[in-house]
Design a protein around this ligand. Structure first.
Ligand code: ATP
Length: 328
């Protein structure tokens, strides 16, 4: 599937995973952990992986359409300008939108406020066969109120427990949860916000409140550190993605998602009807001329299918083997 070189030297699920010893304040937000190339290679490789991601998504969709229970939920968190929208546009944008359930979470509405904080989130979970994408999520409920000093420690602790339990439930129901925290640096955030002010076509993206949030930078950083420490679990780990280089963040999330889907080991579903019998039934409704035309393409279609399956198998092998091939 394409020529762009795979320059991953480590599995991003290993290098980016938030472990117990993560020190968020020491994270190099300009870094590119596990990737041995630069921007051009990354862009080319992201496009190549996109073709595999797209096929994986179609397989997942077919699985869901035929009674399968698997789904994937990508949770994207990050402060303003971290690049959440870019992930949706450039990573999720590589797959068929019909297979995606995208939900952006803003300040809770009047109705949402009258319910438990997980109420609106449960309603947005992906059905089997879909890739659910949360642009912000239930994690806002342990970030914003905390930084604003609106919740006591015991409420916060209860919410963390509820979140962990909720995600265990989601995983048990067949949905693989992938949580991505995009980490932009203070300097880079300042530059990206200023750029929005410099360009009238970007003004709509700017909210004067973004500057207030920025002034609470340290509080948000420690709130994030706490979230990562308390909710990175075996069934729903956090991946901490340096986001100062947009190309790296997109490349990394593409790879995390692709490898997650590869691990689902998805196959084209079998059917309960007989192909030969349906061929006969259909043929009985067609003209001689159409039947001749269809027959002339049989070999080509068989070859196309074989080639596509072989390319898929090779791409899957490539997305499975980095760690072992390069010795980790
Ligand atoms: P972006 O997510 O890129 O900022 P936006 O500004 O268009 O996009 P909004 O609809 O304004 O999105 O919603 C985002 C805002 O909602 C953020 O400031 C976020 O912190 C806030 N928010 C989301 N969920 C909650 C929550 N549960 N409690 C408080 N604030 C929340």
């Amino acid at each position: 599937m394409g020529d762009a070189e795979n320059l991953w030297t480590r599995d991003p699920r290993t290098v980016l995973r938030a472990g117990p010893d993560l020190d968020l304040s020491a994270l190099d937000r300009h870094g590119r952990p596990g990737w041995a190339g630069g921007k051009d290679e990354a862009k080319a490789f992201t496009a190549r992986r996109g073709r595999l991601l797209s096929e994986l998504q179609e397989r997942l969709f077919a699985h869901g359409r035929t009674g399968g229970d698997r789904a994937v939920l990508l949770v994207v968190q990050g402060l303003d300008t971290a690049g959440k929208g870019g992930i949706v546009r450039h990573v999720i944008g590589m797959v068929d939108p019909q297979g995606v359930a995208l939900r952006a979470f803003g300040v809770p509405t009047e109705e949402e406020r009258q319910h438990h904080f997980l109420w609106r989130v449960r309603r947005a979970l992906p059905r089997p066969g879909l890739i659910g994408v949360f642009d912000r999520s239930h994690y806002e409920d342990v970030l914003v109120p905390r930084v604003q000093g609106l919740v006591e420690e015991d409420v916060l602790t209860r919410r963390f427990d509820e979140i962990n339990h909720f995600e265990e439930e989601i995983a048990a129901s067949g949905t693989t949860v992938v949580k991505v925290a995009l980490m932009v640096s203070y300097e880079e955030q300042g530059l990206r916000l200023m750029e929005r002010l410099d360009r009238p076509d970007k003004h709509w993206k700017f909210d004067p409140g973004d500057v207030d949030t920025r002034r609470s930078w340290d509080a948000y950083q420690s709130a994030y550190a706490d979230v990562l420490a308390r909710t990175s679990t075996g069934v729903a780990p956090w991946y901490v993605v340096p986001a100062d280089r947009k190309w790296y963040a997109r490349l990394a999330v593409t790879e995390l998602l692709t490898r997650t889907l590869v691990d689902l080991d998805l196959h084209w579903p079998g059917v309960s009807w007989d192909v030969a019998e349906q061929r006969r039934r259909l043929a009985a409704t067609m003209s001689e001329e159409s039947l001749r035309e269809a027959a002339s393409g049989v070999e080509d279609r068989a070859a196309e299918y074989r080639e596509s399956e072989a390319a898929y198998a090779a791409a899957v092998a490539d997305a499975s083997s980095t760690e072992s091939r390069r010795g980790g």
